[in-house]
Each structure stands twice: as structure tokens, then as C-alpha cells.
Design a protein around this ligand. Structure first.
Ligand code: SF4
Length: 212
């Protein structure tokens, strides 16, 4: 087994506690670790020392903190992206929970099941494109894709192939950031990149308060 490359371990973020917090962006799992378990985990990561507490090891595996040696996490993220992007049974909502769960498309703009329609029946992929004539991708009357380059820019982007994003630990919860900004200006990393530790510390404190 190996340590997931999407693990984030935070030490000293819980007040008056030696416990640490571990989060995995590919599975969304969040846990508070007792210091003895944290030490076991560190020993495994640094020295490949076997984790003797089998219940602890099983929990780590179950939550995705540990994965099989031959498991390619990036390929799994790619598979999830491609299968879910074209799954017509999924409604991709633009208003999501604040908690950083893994996502497969960034928003409605890069999901096959989501469209924006203006009062004239023009169809767009992104809310920010509404009203801009050359950014409509179809009309309701025939629903034939008219602006193929723009449509493809939204729908064919694969963050797992992006040279920067594919090595980023935030990839599962960001998937390349806002498509509109990516296409029309610059890469726009998800805001969680800048406040993940602070936010998860708050979640961990709330969780911890419930069980103590
Ligand atoms: S857009 Fe930024 S935060 Fe998101 S996956 Fe790419 S590099 Fe990471």
C-alpha cells in the first residue's frame, strides 16, 4: 500500500490538542488522528514501517488515505470525469456544498446535462456568456451546436491532462477551476486552494466537539 498523493495532513490546528487532522481531496474524507496514530502513519510514510494496528490501517484504506501500490489515482480521477461529464442522469448543480468534496466537472459549463437558455431561446454553456451573441452554442429551435470551438473549449477540457493541474493536490476538488476564466482570461484556481487548512480546521473542531 502507499500513501495517497491527495492527502493533506495538518498538525497543530486543533487548539489545546496534540491530535492532527487528515483530509483526502480525492475522497473528501476528513479525520482527526490521535498522536499515536499520527506517529504510526508518519513512520509508514517515511520508513515504510508496517502499520500494526489493523483497524487503523483498514480505516485509512477505506477512506482513501492509503491506496494499493498499483492504483493510479490520476487515472481514476480522469475516468470519473469522463464518465460523469457525459452521464445524462446527473444534474450538475452550480450551487454546491461548501465542504470540499471531490467533483468531476467544475460546474454546469463543462457538464453535458446543463445549459443556460435566455429569453430568446439562445442556448449557452455558461451563465456569464448569456447575452453575448457569438457565445451562444445553440438555439432552442433546432438545438444543433453552432459554435463548436467554444462548445469544445468547455466540454473537452480535461484537467488531468493539463500540465499544471495534473500534478496539483487540489485537482479532485477543483478540476481545473472556472471554465469561463480559463477560456477567456487566465487559469482560476478554486478558492479552496487558499483557505483549505483554515476551513478544515473549523470542520475538524466541530466534529471533534461532537464526539468529546
Ligand atoms: S486550477 Fe489551480 S487549484 Fe485547480 S487543479 Fe489546476 S492548479 Fe490546481
Amino acid at each position: 500500500m502507499k500513501f495517497s498523493k491527495y492527502n493533506f495532513v495538518f498538525e497543530n490546528i486543533l487548539p489545546n490538542s496534540k491530535r492532527s487532522v487528515i483530509y483526502n481531496s480525492r475522497t473528501g474524507a476528513l479525520a482527526v488522528l490521535e498522536s499515536k496514530n499520527h506517529l504510526q502513519l508518519l513512520d509508514f510514510v517515511d520508513n515504510r514501517t508496517l502499520i500494526e494496528d489493523l483497524d487503523f490501517k483498514e480505516s485509512l484504506y477505506h477512506c482513501g488515505y492509503l491506496v494499493d501500490d498499483d492504483f493510479d489515482e490520476l487515472q481514476q480521477i480522469k475516468l470519473d470525469l469522463l464518465s460523469q461529464r457525459h452521464d445524462k442522469s446527473i444534474m450538475n448543480l452550480t450551487i454546491t456544498d461548501i465542504y470540499p468534496l471531490p467533483k468531476h466537472c467544475f460546474c454546469q459549463a463543462d457538464h453535458c446535462n446543463s445549459w443556460c437558455i435566455d429569453s430568446l431561446g439562445n442556448v449557452y454553456k455558461c451563465l456569464s456568456d448569456i447575452g453575448i451573441e457569438n457565445r451562444k452554442v445553440a438555439t432552442l429551435s433546432d438545438f444543433l451546436i453552432q459554435n463548436t470551438p467554444l462548445f469544445h473549449s468547455y466540454m473537452l477540457y480535461d484537467a488531468t491532462e493539463d500540465p499544471v493541474c495534473r500534478t496539483c493536490k487540489y485537482l479532485p476538488i477543483c478540476m481545473g477551476g472556472c471554465p469561463y476564466f480559463r477560456i477567456h482570461s487566465n487559469r482560476s484556481c478554486d478558492y479552496r486552494k487558499y483557505n483549505l487548512e483554515e476551513y478544515l480546521a473549523g470542520c475538524a473542531k466541530a466534529l471533534f466537539a461532537k464526539v468529546t
